[in-house]
Write a protein that binds this ligand. Sequence first.
Ligand code: DP6
Length: 326
Amino acid sequence: MKGIATCEATANIAVIKYWGKRDDELILPKNSSLSFTMDEQLKTRTTVMFLQDLKEDEFWLNGKKMDLKEKEIAERMKQLDIIRKRAEINEKALIVSINCFPTAAGFASSAAGLAALAIATLKAADLNLSGSETSIFARIGSGSASRSVLGGFVEWRKGEKDDGSDSIAVQIAPASHWPELRNVIGIVDAGKKKISSRAGMKQTIATSFLYPARMQYIEKVIEEMKKAVIAKDFQKFGEITMRESSDMHAVMLDTWPPIMYLNNISREIIYAVHELNSIEGKIIAAYTFDAGPNVHIYTTAENVARVQKMLQEYRKCCKVLKVFKR
Ligand code: DP6
């Protein structure tokens, strides 16, 4: 037996989105992305044990044994073999994972899950790597997982190299930099999405006319966003966040056949946020949507109650999140 480790990771919510790969195998993105890693309410705890007597790898998720031969699971667990090879471990692994997400929250837990798996496997294999080095292994499971390896405000740099060694996550600012920042989750639909992010982004690259234009300005938008966060300029931050979310959903809609993750309630919430901001005469709330209809509204502590009240008119609001320290 080589080792055993239990580690946790939490979900992250991107403000500059990752949508498109330049390498499907190594999960290398077309563009860099930025996110905040969220607090422990969206957490996965994973234990990895390398055991001599185990004949096959075993993976238990929320008390259910998963089929590691299933294509999607096998693809996402590739990091296990890569780490095992690097650490020269022959033993099979027993992996036990618990998602502490609000039940039926309708949020994909893959980023937290695959980040926790990378952190725990590396630790069990006795490989002491930095957060950025660890992000490479999380990325192989799922691109957005690379950002969940670190806390606070995180950039996943797209990198230039073919082997992906420079496609890493880097912390731009710790959680303590902007302690007033909050993310209010609004559950619009808790169901499973019709098309996975993985399949959807591939289809966008293959068919969207707008996508190449997005690639031309996105790195510049990233620089603007970093400046806004460093300056804690909520006006700039809010505008870039909302426009960037719409930009990603525009290329999704421009995909053929079109991909539509937002529904009528999501769209009503977009209008309601603009209405709230216009009553206030400044941006106090900024929505962002991933590959689904549920909304994440970034705001500051003093305005949480107003955002919650606004959301409750549409659906029950689920959680208020803070930025996670690591
Ligand atoms: C819309 O990380 O789930 O949430 O790398 O194929 O596993 P794979 O995709 P995934 O895509 C997330 C896309 C997004 C935007 C983002 O989080 O940046």
